[in-house]
Write a protein that binds this ligand. Sequence first.
Ligand code: ARG
Ligand code: ZN
Length: 843
Amino acid sequence: QTVYLKDYTPFGWIVEEVHLTFVLAPRATRILSRIRFAPNPQAPAQDFLLHGEELRLIRAAIDGEKVEPEMVEGGLRVAVPGTPFLWEAEVEIAPEANTALEGLYMSRGMYCTQCEAEGFRKITYYPDRPDVMATFTVRIEADLPVLLSNGNPIGAGDGWAEWHDPWPKPAYLFALVAGDLRNHADTFATKSGRAVELNLWVRPGDEGKCAFGMEALKKSMTWDEEVYGREYDLDVFNIVAVDDFNMGAMENKGLNIFNSAAVLASPETSTDANFERIEAIIAHEYFHNWTGNRITCRDWFQLCLKEGLTVFRDAQFTSDMRGAEVKRIGDVIDLRARQFPEDQGPLAHPVRPESFVEINNFYTATVYEKGAEVIGMLKTLVGDDAYARALDLYFDRHDGDAATIEDWLKVFEDATGRDLTQFKRWYAQAGTPRLSVAEDWQDGTYTLTFTQHTPPSPGQPVKAPFVIPIAVGLLNPNGDEVVPTTICEMTEATQSFRFDGLSSKPIPSILRGFSAPVVLEREASREERAFLLAHDTDAFNRWEASRSLARDGLLAQVTDASAPDAVWIDALERVVRDDTLDPAYRALMLDLPTQSELAQALFERGVTPDPDAIHAAAKALGQAMAERWRGFLPGLLAQMRIDAPYSPDADQAGKRALGGTVLALLRRIDGGDAAQAQYDAADNMTLQLSALTALIRAGRAEPAVSRFYEQWKDDRLVMDKWFALQVAASDPSETVEVARRLTQHPLFDWTNPNRFRAVMGSLAGHHAGFHRADGAGYDLLADWLIRLDEKNPQTTARMCSAFQTWRRYDEGRQAKMRAALERIKARPGLSRDVNEMVTRILT
Ligand code: ARG
Ligand code: ZN
């Protein structure tokens, strides 16, 4: 049942072309396939096996002769000629009964597909593997106004449409959509003069939420031409918004399918954060056209080849659109919140895993976000020019290929002459490296000695040293930068770097811009960190200095019952009130370490984390900040008010972000008056939601929560926020009850992944609420995961990761989490997805 990277063998046949005819019906869709196969001279001899799951085979023929294939686990086997042949099959499926949202399914009357990673085998019999690429021609028959598939339209009439995709592609990029949809249309002219028709398809009523996504698409197309020299290659680019979707979106060739939450936006219904995320996801899926589609993956172990690179590209895009420093800090916050716990717990796996049971369980923060970090390090090591040359070579050499990480690294080796053998360990070894630092100062020479150590992870007890690019700058005690950012290229377990000719002992700024995904273990004094907070020229490390002071202060509150750190609060005040700084950056400066991060920090220091004590410390710190800043908070809030009409641009969003953070502090001292005033006056969702959050936390949920409900009960995406917020902003003593009560609400449609995540994801994300000592949080989540698994294994499996940190906590909580996991594991008929997750978490 386990699949291994080392077992890769090419498929024994080449697929020359695929013709599919769909006759759509909710309970009995017929799919007729005509596929030309030819023996693959490159492959070892093997049986002819096609994947297929949950299909009813009506008939099959080879070169027009009826055949009776042998049904095997996961597909069929049949005898075939040693020469090229035509395979024909007719199958029947029931899209309406497909609640797993994988393959062809229905979402509120609309037909749609999700084939990555292995969903195509639920549509027809096929070699469903990414290294089998073919051109597809598709005919759709249905009594519906809009019928879409990949590529260009080649014909349409009453009740039918035909599409042809000239670019060979693997089956996971196949897509089909049919329904009563409305179109937001636009056009784009590529650099070389191709006129591209752009369409954003939505259900009736959502037409007003398309403009922003369309602009984001055009910006993405221009950016990829300008920065990577990549142009679009079809006459049409279609995007469809779907309400029931397991992930964010999917890059199907010429027909991207999006979770409606990841594309639909309007100022009244979407927050600034939603707008930014939508822009990034549109870009991400569009960029996949080259990094993913034109160059795809040989097998699913290479997933990071397309995902790491495409995340890296979308981050570059967002930096260019909105500001690099703020984007970088946001990404590091996210990496530490999602990837570090994964890399440091039972689910740790290499960026390129070596085995899996269910590939859907490997669409992880490690593959995506750490995968992007690895590319960032590569770019730092070779430099911008060499990176650009290597990418040009990659596109030239591998266009049309199903490639590997070896191919990717070879391109860099050939373009730069560098040996990347050691660098490749980033793809093979799991775990977050820990980097410690010693310094020495003698006769004008300053020496930094770094030591790296990577703790064991499942299946990998011992790690070899990584190549770590450590960005270092040095400041003198007046705050002048005496050595600008320099990359120390660490390759040994312990290694020293010398800086000569200095007149006084410098203050080091280490790991600038978070130049590598490591944990920096450095016992810098509080004075030194306060100095960096005030003087570092690297915006990231100023933020980092403050963040580490905040963290240590909070930890001292928990372990030594210390008072909140007033010295840090005063130092931070100077930053927060510095009008020369971008408000978005100032808002990030005010963002406190997460409670889960604090729990991990305590655990690493040998202290068993107490979620209630951590919650109390964060609360006391917030209170102290609000009281100490009582004098200027109202003025700062007023300063962040915007008179111009709403725009989701970075400038306005930054002001609202700082305003929102200030409002969250103010409510601790004004009982929510400022929040109430903001709620009453709000004309956009960002202001409305930050006010509602503050009101709930101030214990003044009513009447705002009811008013919000009345205003938005017909908008599914806004109602997701209403569900999520009540759990997320709840007092830990009530979180479980709030979540339970919401599951009884008539609008709690738990088969919709967005709605399920709104409640259960918020429960799992509420550190103190979820980890309630009596285990009620664990039990509630387990109950619902058991229930959802029967319908939707993918979404269930992803949410099992809520339990991945179980070993951090006290024996009582550990026993209760283990019991919850055992209970999930014991469900009769447990899915392969969830079984793999729970088993890994428990061992
Ligand atoms: N390739 C998609 C993206 O990164 C993600 C789709 C993953 N879907 C899945 N069921 N595993 O944009
Ligand atoms: Zn992707």
